[in-house]
Design a protein around this ligand. Sequence first.
Ligand code: NAD
Length: 264
Amino acid sequence: MKFAIQSKGDITSNDIKNQIMSYLLGFELTLDEEEPDIVISVGGDGTLLHAFHRYINRLEHTTFVGVHTGHLGFYADWTPDEVEKLVIHIAKTPFQVVEYPLLEVSIQLNDEDEERHYLALNECTVKSSEGSLVMDVTIKGDHFETFRGDGLCISTPTGSTAYNKALSGAIIHPSLASIQLAEMASINNRVYRTVGSPLVLPQHHTCMLKPVNDVNFDITIDHLSIIHKGVKSIHCRVAEEKVRFARYRPFPFWVRVRESFIGD
Ligand code: NAD
């Protein structure tokens, strides 16, 4: 089996990376940073997001597993104390693969024929480069509302515990292939009106955002932030691609939610 290790880059994470590497090489696994079968991320959820985007072109062939060197992460759920156990699992036991839904974002610019396609593991956020965001929101082909406010966040189920949660979005179990649209500080008064609640859309229900005035936007895809000029439309849907995580032990989603947000 070919492996790669992505470290957060701090001393603790680098030490653990080196420890994992020497164990795995000792078990005669092959280090292959270009075409790994398994990617071990050492750091936090942010490190796993970096690893995901690094290997985004080979999601079908790569599985991820995360060790956290800070607080318990959603994607990084192995502790440094468990590294030896994890390494033995990786080297000796066939792992179970769990697949989670991703968000596909297609951005059409005014001066380009081809759409730009992105995949997000957590979410896409859209904010205006200047002032309030004003967007016509179309759901499954029907105009739904004209949004005015700070921005919109479209998240995956596993991303529902990240930025989306801070926007009072619902926590969605990752077995539900869906995306969630959450508002950031919408303007609601006698003139402007939005639904005010997060919306959960199933697979095949697309959400399209069309700028009303402004055409320049700050768009984030997970940790990546890209200014897009001359935006015609932004199309969001559940992606056909999925992310694959290696599971060596059960860690039910709701237990993870409780341990991350409520404690023992
Ligand atoms: P970061 O390192 O500052 O991460 C922010 C926090 O988000 C970390 O504590 C991380 O553990 C947590 N996080 C990431 N993914 C998560 C998930 N799926 N479930 C629960 N917690 C999760 O920033 P970064 O490394 O650049 O990560 C980018 C992510 O930060 C974005 O995808 C976004 O979800 C999140 N973020 C959150 C807020 C907010 O909560 N107000 C604002 C901006 C970005």
